[in-house]
Structure formats: C-alpha cells, structure tokens
Design a binder for this molecule. Sequence first.
Ligand SMILES: [Zn+2]
Length: 173
Amino acid sequence: MDTTQYLLEAASFTRLGDSRSGVVDISALARATEDLPEQQGQKFSWSVRGELDSAGRRFIHLHVTGFIILECQRCLTPFEQPVEVLNSFEIVDTEAELELDEDDFEGSDRILATQRLNLLELIEDEVILSLPYVARHEICPSLPDALSSNDEPNFLDAEKPNPFAMLSKLKKF
Ligand SMILES: [Zn+2]
C-alpha cells in the first residue's frame, strides 16, 4: 500500500485549500476490525479538504463512506453497518490551544499544525468512533427463519429452555 498519500502537512494543506481523495481497503484498518467478524475485502472512499476561512481559521474536513461487518447482538449473525463520517478538525499552533475547552472552539476537534498528519490513522479513528455502541439489526432477518427451521422436536440444546423451540412446539397444536 502506498502510505505517502496519507501523509499530510496540515499547515500548508489548509493554507492552500488543498484537497485529496482515495479509497482504502478494510484490511488497512486493522484496529477498527480487531474484534469484529470477518470482513469482505470492502473498501472505504475518503476525501479531505483544507480550508482557510475569512477569520484566518484553518480546517480540515474529512468525509469517509463505506460499510463494515458487525455482529448483531440480538441474533448473533453478521450484518453490514453503513459507515459515513463527516467531521471537521481545526488546525491550531500550540499545545495550549489544543487543550482549550471544547466550548471555546465551537466543538471542532483540533489538530496541531506542527504535526505531520497521518490520514490513515485519522480515518481509522473516525471509523471506530462512528460504530454503534450496541451493534444490532433494526429488524433481525434471521429470526423468522430460526422459528421455521427449529421445528425439530429434539432441539439440540435441551438443557436450556429455548424460546424458539417452545414456540415451534406450540405451533404443532
Ligand atoms: Zn440481528
């Protein structure tokens, strides 16, 4: 993978109003997929744009779209979670500005101008932050299947009463 496209001089990038875009393979975002089911080799599209506004403030705007495979906490099957990141970062010159209260900066995340920005890390962080706290289908598609396929009277896990098995027994009467 060509990593140089992900290195960015924040100060000049914003001053020039530069922009950059590309696609990144899910395999490059190892931190984001650490505890997740197997992914499908999918790609994320990303773009960044630098901005110097009329008040002299510098911003980097990041846009990332794609999807990630999560495991539904309700039915335990994998599903595609759409990912859409739209975030802006203000470029600041000093550590002190970095630590100001969020309120003073209108809620923008901040990045130090002297740092050479690693876009890949930024994309990965933002994808991680965009993931739902509890991964779940809105409507679990496999539940009706589970109901209809568990018609066998000898349910494998007989130790624990299984609500689906109970339901399928009821259906026989
Ligand atoms: Zn589900």
